[in-house]
Structure formats: C-alpha cells, structure tokens
Design a protein around this ligand. Structure first.
Ligand code: MLT
Length: 275
C-alpha cells in the first residue's frame, strides 16, 4: 500500500490513512522497536470498518531520522500527522515501543486522546539490566553487526510453540528489521534507555486505557499490567492465553476484537458532535 508522506523541516514522516464513510475518530496504530507500520497488516482486514491511521515512527519504514530525540520526538511526529490530517482526537494504540510513545503522547497532548491502548506495553522505565542490554545492542550496531543484532531480536518475542510453527513470520520480521537503518535503531535504543516512568501519566489519563498483554510475554510480563491496571480512572485489561509479545500475529482475531471493542467503547463516550 502506498504511504503518504508528510515533510517536517525537510524530514519525511510516512503514514497510511484509511478513511471510512462514517465520520469518526480514527484508531491510530504505532508499531514497536525495529519494525514499521506494516507490522499491523495481520489485523488490518479485521479493522476495515474503522478509520485506521498507521504511522512509521521516525527512523523506521519510510520515515526519516527523528527531529527530536526519544519517545517525545516520536510523539511529536505522531501529533504532526494528526495535525496534517485535521484530526482532533483519536484512539491511540501502541505496540511495545509504540506504547512507550503513546504514553509520551498522552503526557504531551492529553486533549488529543479519546482512548489509549497499550498493546504488550507498560509505563515503567528500563531496569539497569535492560539498559545494559540496550547499550550492548548499540555497540553491536556501531560495529556493523546489524544483521546479527536483528536476527537474535525477534525469536524471543514469540511464545516458543508459535515461533517453531511459524518460522515464515519470524523470517519476514527479521527481513523487515534488517531493512531499518542502523541510525534509526540506535536512536530508538537510546530513546528507550532515556525514557521516563509514566505511572503518573496513566494515573491522570484523560480517557479509558486498554492494557492488552500476552500470558507468555517475556518483555512485558502480565504481572506488570496487573500492577498498573488500578491507576487510570477507567481501565480494561486482557491477557491473551498462550501468547508472547506479538499478539497481532499470535492471536490476530482476539487482538483485533479487543481493539475494536475498546475503540467502540471510547467512541461511545464522545459527545455526538465530536464524532
Ligand atoms: C518492542 O517490541 O518495541 C520492544 O521489545 C520494546 C522493548 O524492548 O522494551
């Protein structure tokens, strides 16, 4: 699918917009680390009744390097796309690093949110071990070992049985990861290392929050989601059984259904003239 390009200070931000007949708030999807917006393709047909906007975060897919560092820089890029499309409010869903971005967006632009969905994501800052791991990744990337780095990244994201049975999905993600420029991957690692804790952002979330996790997710264990589910005024939590970190591939029907239900709930709370 051809992507639209928005130019900000000479840098491209690539996105897809799928308007629908109904005039409605869009569902905006943000992808995770070392991926691009095509990662949502597995559930797109199921979301066809919604207006879905997918954004390539800066440094990934068709988007140039970020203008501003960290998750805030990604959030600014997402906001620039909404502004370009004349979108006031949206339901924003972010997968993993996309969820970290969605939280930065919620802090910066709370008035733009009708709903916030964290898909295999969480509000905590990195532990010292995770930071260390990311620094090792940056060293590998700087010493020209991107292919190796990417190859070892994806297998651990899936539940083991799924990974064994679906090597083609893993291979296509690895191919997609290898296409991402080193500078974009390094900027994302640095941004994740530097990101702040967002428990307070959840506490003051101006809209319903969806926490969608996987029973076997080793990056975002379900326990992390249970620990924060009481923070927002309105929150919904779903843990997909037998699923790792990649629900859109491992359980596409469930993932799409839960997103649609959450979206409809958020939409139903909007004053009629905002829709
Ligand atoms: C992602 O999928 O975006 C990453 O696993 C997030 C992380 O490394 O914390």
């Amino acid at each position: 699918m051809m992507k639209n390009i928005l130019l900000i200070n000479g840098r491209r931000i690539a996105y897809n917009d799928a308007p629908v007949a109904e005039n409605t708030v869009p569902l905006v999807l943000l992808h995770g680390f070392c991926e691009d917006s095509s990662v949502w393709s597995s559930i797109l047909p199921k979301l066809r009744k919604l207006r879905v906007v997918r954004i390539d975060l800066p440094g990934f897919g068709g988007s140039d390097q970020p203008l501003a560092p960290g998750m805030e820089g990604y959030a600014e890029a997402a906001c620039a796309v909404l502004n370009e499309l004349g979108i006031g409010q949206c339901v924003l869903a972010g997968h993993s690093m996309g969820g970290y971005t969605a939280l930065a967006f919620a802090q910066k632009y709370p008035e733009r949110l009708a709903g916030l969905a964290l898909v295999h994501s969480h509000p905590f800052e990195d532990s010292p071990e995770r930071k260390e791991n990311r620094f090792r990744g940056i060293d590998m990337l700087r010493s020209g070992k991107k292919d190796l780095y990417v190859a070892q990244l994806f297998p651990g994201l899936f539940a083991p049985d799924f990974a064994r049975a679906h090597t083609e999905i893993l291979e296509s993600l690895v191919r997609q990861g290898r296409r991402q420029p080193e500078a974009g991957i390094i900027a994302a690692l640095e941004g994740m290392i530097d990101r702040a804790d967002h428990a307070d952002t959840l506490k003051t979330a101006p809209c319903p929050v969806l926490l969608l996790g996987g029973e076997l997710d080793s990056i975002v264990p379900p326990d992390w989601l249970y620990r924060v589910a009481h923070l927002p005024e309105i929150a919904e939590i779903h843990i997909l059984p037998g699923v790792g970190h990649m629900g859109m591939f491992e359980a596409p029907d469930n993932t799409a259904e839960i997103l649609i239900r959450f979206y409809r709930f958020c939409e139903s709370r909007l004053p009629a003239n905002d829709i």
